[in-house]
Design a protein around this ligand. Structure first.
Ligand SMILES: NC(=O)c1ccc[n+]([C@@H]2O[C@H](COP(=O)([O-])OP(=O)(O)OC[C@H]3O[C@@H](n4cnc5c(N)ncnc54)[C@H](O)[C@@H]3O)[C@@H](O)[C@H]2O)c1
Ligand SMILES: O=C(O)[C@H](O)COP(=O)(O)O
Length: 534
C-alpha cells in the first residue's frame, strides 16, 4: 500500500509505517497544490495535518485513495462527504494533542492577562516599563465555550486559579458538567458574565460566527477573548472592530480563517497592539506531535493489515472495549450477506437485519453497515465498503432496517438478514457455534451448515435417489463434495440440499444437475467472504 505523507509529522509514526512490510512510504512535504493533485492518484493513503485541503477536487484526483489520515484533531480541512461517497476512510488522532492545546490555551490566557508579550517587546526595545498592568484570574469569571476534551481540560486548570468557571455546551451530559464541577449556563449568560472567554468548539455551520458583533456588544467592557479552536468561530472583522473600539480589552488568537492570514483585515487584526497573534501552534509540542504521528501510523497499519481501525471518522465502529466480543459478528454477517445476495437475482427494495439475543443489547450499526457492504458488493460495479455502503444503499433507494430483540431464543445469538425485491424475498439466519459462523435457517428450512467458498443450493421434489444423482454428476466432473445439508418440511414435499464443495462448479455442470433431478431451483454460490481468515 503506497502512502504519501504530505505534511511534517514526527518520525516516530513514520518509523512504524516504514517497518510494516505492506506499506511503501513516500514523504514529500514541500509539494505545491498542483504537484499534489498531479501525483495523488498513485497513492492509496495520504497523511496530512491542517495545511492540506483534502477537498472534493483532491479526493477525486486520488483515484486510488483508500485512506486519508489527519495527524491531529480537526477534520475541517477534509471533505468527509466526498470521501465517504468514494469509499475513502478518513481517520484522525482525536486525543494525541489534547493536553498540548489545553496547556497552550492556559499559557495564552495567562500571557494575555499578564500582558507578557507587550512587556517582553518593551524591554527588548530598551524600555523599562513597570506601568504595564496585568489582570489576575483570581476572583474573576472565566467562561469556557465547549466542554469536551480541550474545553474540559481548560476548565480543570482554570479552577486552580481561584476564578469562578462557567461553561456553555448544549450537547454535553449532565454527568460531565457535574464531574467538571462548574455551572452550566447559556451562551448569552456566559457572554454577559465573563471576564475571560475561551473557545473550544468545532467549526461547523452552527458555530461559524458564534461570536460576532451582537455577542461582542453584550460582553463586559474590557473582556479578554481567546480562540485556540478554529478561525471563524469568532468573527475576525467584528473582533478587530471591538478591539479598536476598546470593547474587547485584549484578545489572543491561535487559529485563523485564512492560514497564514493574508487579507487586509486579518493583517490588521494580527497587528493590533492588544492582540496576541499565534501561528496555529496549539498542537506543536514535541509530545503531541509524537502522539498524533503514532496514532495515525498505527491506524494505517491496521487498515493495511485488514484490522479494524481505532479512529476512523466515517465508519460506524464499536466501542473499543466491545471490539473482541463483536468482531465475530462482523465476519458472520459478511459471509451471510455474501451468501444470500447471490440467491437474489432481482433489485433490492428493502434489507432488514434482525439481532436476537445478547448481541442486541449493544450498538449493532457497525454489523449492519458491514452486512450492507457485503450485500451491495455483489450488486454494483463500484467497490462498496463500510464507508460508502449506507450512502450507496440510499442512492439505490434500498430501505435498510435494523431490528433488535435481546430476548434469548433457541441460539444464544442470531443474526437474520431478510432481503426483499419485486416479488422476491430471501431469508438467512446465522449464529456462531464454537466460534465458527453457521447458517441455521434458509428461507423456511431449518438447516445447519458452515458456509464455504464453493456452495450449491438446490431445491427439488423429494423422492428417492436424488442425492445419488447429484453426487454422480459432480463425481463425473471431478468435483468433490465436502459437506452436505438436507432440509425438508414433509416427506416427498419440496426438499433443499446445500452442498459445500472443494472446487467451483461450472455452469454446464449446474445445468446438468438441474435437468437430471428436475430442480425447481439450483444455484452455484461463490462465497468469497467464507474463505478462511489469514
Ligand atoms: N489550536 C490547535 O492547534 C488545535 C488542536 C486541536 C484541536 N483544536 C480545535 O479545538 C476545538 C475543540 O477540540 P476538542 O477536541 O475539544 O473537540 P471535542 O469534539 O472534544 O469538543 C467540542 C465540544 O464542543 C461542543 N459544542 C459543539 N457545538 C457547540 C456550541 N454551539 N456551543 C457550545 N458548545 C458546542 C460539543 O458538544 C463538544 O462538547 C476544535 O475546534 C478543534 O479543531 C485546535
Ligand atoms: O486540529 C488539530 O489537531 C490542530 O489544529 C493541529 O493542527 P496541525 O496538525 O496543523 O498543527
Amino acid at each position: 500500500m503506497k502512502i504519501l505523507v504530505a505534511e511534517k509529522v514526527a518520525k516516530e509514526g513514520l518509523l512504524i509505517l516504514e517497518k510494516d512490510p505492506l506499506v511503501e512510504l513516500d514523504v514529500k512535504t514541500d509539494l505545491s497544490r498542483e504537484e499534489l493533485l498531479r501525483i495523488i492518484d498513485s497513492y492509496e493513503g495520504l497523511v496530512i495535518r491542517s495545511a492540506t485541503k483534502a477537498d472534493r477536487e483532491l479526493l477525486e484526483a486520488g483515484k486510488n485513495l483508500k485512506v486519508v489520515a489527519r495527524a491531529g484533531v480537526g477534520l475541517d480541512n477534509v471533505d468527509l462527504k466526498a470521501a465517504s461517497e468514494r469509499g475513502i476512510i478518513v481517520c484522525n488522532a482525536p486525543f494525541g494533542n489534547i493536553n498540548s492545546v489545553v496547556e497552550h490555551a492556559m499559557a495564552l490566557i495567562l500571557a494575555t492577562c499578564r500582558k507578557l508579550v507587550k512587556a517582553d517587546t518593551s524591554i527588548k526595545g530598551g524600555a523599562w516599563n513597570r506601568s504595564i498592568k496585568a489582570m489576575e484570574l483570581k476572583g474573576k469569571v472565566a467562561g469556557v465555550i465547549g466542554l469536551n476534551k480541550i474545553g474540559g481540560g481548560v476548565v480543570t486548570r482554570l479552577k486552580a486559579f481561584d476564578c469562578e468557571v462557567i461553561g456553555c455546551d448544549p450537547y454535553i451530559s449532565e454527568k460531565r458538567v457535574q464531574d467538571l464541577g462548574i455551572r452550566l449556563v447559556s451562551l448569552e449568560e456566559l457572554i454577559r458574565s465573563s471576564d475571560v472567554i475561551t473557545v473550544h468548539v468545532p467549526l461547523n455551520d452552527e458555530t461559524r460566527n458564534l461570536i460576532a458583533a451582537p455577542q461582542l456588544q453584550q460582553m463586559k467592557d474590557g473582556v479578554i477573548l481567546v480562540n485556540t479552536a478554529r478561525g471563524g468561530i469568532i468573527n475576525e472583522q467584528d473582533l478587530l472592530a471591538a478591539l479598536e473600539s476598546g470593547k474587547v480589552g485584549a484578545a489572543c488568537v491561535d487559529v485563523w480563517s485564512e492560514e497564514p492570514p493574508q487579507s487586509e483585515h486579518l493583517k490588521k487584526l494580527v497587528a493590533h497592539e492588544r492582540m496576541l497573534a499565534i501561528p496555529h501552534l496549539g498542537a506543536s509540542s514535541a509530545e503531541a506531535q509524537i502522539n498524533v504521528s503514532i496514532d495515525v501510523a498505527r491506524d494505517i497499519v491496521r487498515f493495511a493489515n485488514e484490522q479494524p481501525m481505532e479512529y476512523a471518522a466515517n465508519i460506524p465502529r464499536f466501542d473499543s472495549s466491545l471490539m473482541g466480543q463483536m468482531r465475530p459478528f462482523l465476519r458472520l454477517v459478511n459471509i451471510m450477506a455474501d451468501f444470500v445476495s447471490q440467491l437474489a437475482d432481482s433489485n433490492l427494495n428493502k434489507v432488514t437485519f434482525t439481532y436476537q439475543g445478547s448481541v442486541a443489547e449493544y450498538d449493532c450499526s457497525p454489523i449492519t453497515v458491514c452486512g450492507m457492504a457485503a450485500l451491495l458488493n455483489n450488486k454494483v460495479e463500484q467497490d462498496v465498503n463500510m464507508v460508502n455502503a449506507a450512502l450507496i444503499a440510499e442512492n439505490m433507494g434500498i430501505a435498510v432496517e435494523e431490528v433488535k430483540n435481546p430476548a434469548p431464543a433457541a441460539f444464544a445469538n442470531t443474526v437474520t438478514i431478510d432481503i426483499e425485491g419485486p416479488g422476491m424475498r430471501r431469508t438467512i439466519v446465522g449464529t456462531h457455534f464454537e466460534g465458527q459462523p453457521r447458517v441455521v435457517r434458509l428461507r423456511d428450512y431449518q438447516v445447519d451448515f458452515a458456509p464455504e467458498e464453493h456452495m450449491l443450493v438446490i431445491t427439488y421434489q423429494d423422492r428417492p435417489g436424488m442425492i445419488g444423482k447429484i453426487g454422480q454428476v459432480l463425481g463425473e466432473h471431478d468435483i468433490n463434495i465436502a459437506a452436505m445439508n438436507l432440509g425438508r418440511q414433509q416427506k416427498r414435499g419440496e426438499a433443499m440440499v446445500i452442498l459445500s464443495l472443494d472446487s467451483p462448479v461450472p455452469s454446464n455442470v449446474v445445468d446438468e444437475i438441474g435437468s437430471v433431478i428436475v430442480a425447481s431451483f439450483i444455484k452455484y454460490l461463490h462465497v468469497l467472504k467464507a474463505r478462511p481468515e489469514q
